[in-house]
Design a protein around this ligand. Structure first.
Ligand SMILES: Cc1cc2nc3c(=O)[nH]c(=O)nc-3n(C[C@H](O)[C@H](O)[C@H](O)COP(=O)(O)O)c2cc1C
Length: 179
């Protein structure tokens, strides 16, 4: 299975968490990383090229740091520009039908905080619903997300452990992920 990781971090040079995740998947044969902020420093997204790129992959992973319960703005622009009516949804908009989509986030908050009554009040799955709704509107399958919590305070060893878990998660089969 060909996997595309669409990575969106506005300052990857200062990142520890997302860097660790990207390092862990570097060199895996069927996994290709597409760094949005590197590709589009001027934010002029080449829509045709992005759409053509998506066609070559069965699974697409959106990897980003959680910013105000959402994704960094260039990824939101990518959704707005690339997932257009007549291509991604609506009449003849079947190009993403049955593709597998996944979100991989790093969050500063602790896992315990992401629940009713916790600091962040909602679960990660609840907070990712707008992205889930977007991708399922495009007839894709939305797989269980990967999340790294406490992403600003892990030790180098913990980053490596989390990154190994990430490499396994993005390559896992649908049934394995559902368990
Ligand atoms: C603008 C901004 C907004 C953030 N919002 C959240 C948030 O809503 N929830 C959360 O858990 N962490 C939040 N954080 C913390 C980041 O998710 C965390 O610093 C990041 O995942 C660490 O990854 P990195 O080392 O790759 O930068 C925010 C950080 C910034 C800079």
């Amino acid at each position: 299975m060909n996997i595309l990781v669409v990575a969106a971090h506005p300052k990857l040079e200062n990142s520890r968490a997302n860097r660790a995740l990207l390092d862990a998947i570097q060199g895996i044969e069927n996994v290709h990383v597409h760094d949005l902020y590197k590709e589009y420093p001027n934010w002029h997204i080449d829509v045709k090229r992005e759409q053509e790129r998506l066609l070559g992959y069965e699974r697409i992973v959106f990897q980003f740091p959680f910013y105000w319960y959402s994704c960094p703005p260039l990824l939101k622009k990518w959704f707005d520009d690339v997932l257009v009516r007549g291509w991604a949804y609506g009449p003849d908009g079947n190009h993403l039908k049955d593709k597998e989509f996944m979100v991989a986030i790093t969050a500063g908050g602790s896992e315990n905080g992401f629940r009713a009554g916790g600091d962040n009040r909602f679960t990660i799955s609840e907070l990712l619903r707008p992205i889930q709704a977007t991708l399922t509107h495009c007839k894709g399958e939305f797989l269980p997300p990967y999340a790294m919590y406490d992403a600003d305070r892990l030790t180098p060893h913990q980053f490596r452990e989390q990154a190994e878990r990430y490499a396994e998660h993005i390559q896992a089969g649908v049934k394995q992920l559902a368990r």
